[in-house]
Write a protein that binds this ligand. Sequence first.
Ligand code: SF4
Length: 411
Amino acid sequence: MFAAPLGPERVPVDAPGGPELSDTLEEFTRASSIGEIARLAREVILDPAYPTVRAASRAGHRAVGCFPVYTPQELVHALGLLPISLHGGGESVEISHADAALGSFLCSISKSTLELALTARLAPFRAFVFPYICDVSRNLEGIFSRVLPRIPTHMLHLPQNFRSSGAIPFLTAEYQRLIAKLERLGGERYRPERLTASIELFNRQRERIAELMAIKQATPGKVSLLESYLVRRLGGLLPRELHVPILERVLAELSERTDQRKDAIPVLLVGPFCEQPTLDLIELIEKVGCYIVDDEFLQLQRWYRGIDGKDDPLAALAEAYVRTPVDIGVRATPTTKGEAILQRAKAAGAQGVIFLTAKFCEPALEDVVLYRKALDRHGIPYLHLEFEERSTSYEQTRLQLETFVESILFE
Ligand code: SF4
């Protein structure tokens, strides 16, 4: 993976840029319409120097960056820390340093995340957690510990065999390892009652997000994929205490909106569970005549619903991860991938599937092969598109999407 040795002495430091938010992030408390919330979300996402984290740090929060796809952020929250979802540098970051350390045939998120570290844009973070989802995330944790030696990193091991009786005890022990590290770096002492309260807060966030997704599925003309995505993406960038009321305002506004449905086909979107496509690409998918009735964005916020964390919250958190069926490229539950895609398409009422996979993302690409076989057997149409974080031209993609939609509409 390394093309050149790295060390702290080689780290260049650029000043972070972008808009400054108020220390209390009151902009988000004041934003009362979906339009305002989406505009703020767009600004925040396009600023790779994490303006919400800069602001929250000034107010005394200690942020922990969590690489996709799964970190028990409730646990980070329960230790008095601010869990923040890392999603790479997106379309705003020019890769000028990370290329020297990472090979060419790697996904963009690995390079842009390293670029953020090498250009001081991650300076407000106090720690980073990298779940072991693939070889790239595993190596990134090692690289981070070398280029940012003063900021602790943690590799979170997640069980792979969900049938094993050892899966939950193993994960509980892993969570204890994470607790010990976060306590050492200044987190508060672990107290089960604090975790119970954090689980309840995150339950509320997940319930509201599930309601938003249900509205999108039942009445897809009420809320666009881009609006839904922007509102959800804020959930990993703000204190959850601020995000839950935002979701409630969004749901209240949607209850008043009419479903302005056009002649478009309902589609399941599979693949972007880790690296994120550009906002333009997300918008384009629905512009060409699709309604995305279910997707794999920001799966962490939808992993499970309603954990009962009253008795043994740590074990409950581990059990929820292990027991909830989630089939994405970096995880398989005890079923086959083929069955999983068919069930998901049926549950969403999708007439087709779009695979939107990050270039060089092996876990996503391997699954596409299995998914395609099952869809072929059942005559369900699909389209496979690849994306990179810094794509700018979508003419070819638009053409492919239009052809896909027309082939279903006029078959
Ligand atoms: S985009 Fe794919 S290959 Fe890259 S870190 Fe994420 S899961 Fe791993």
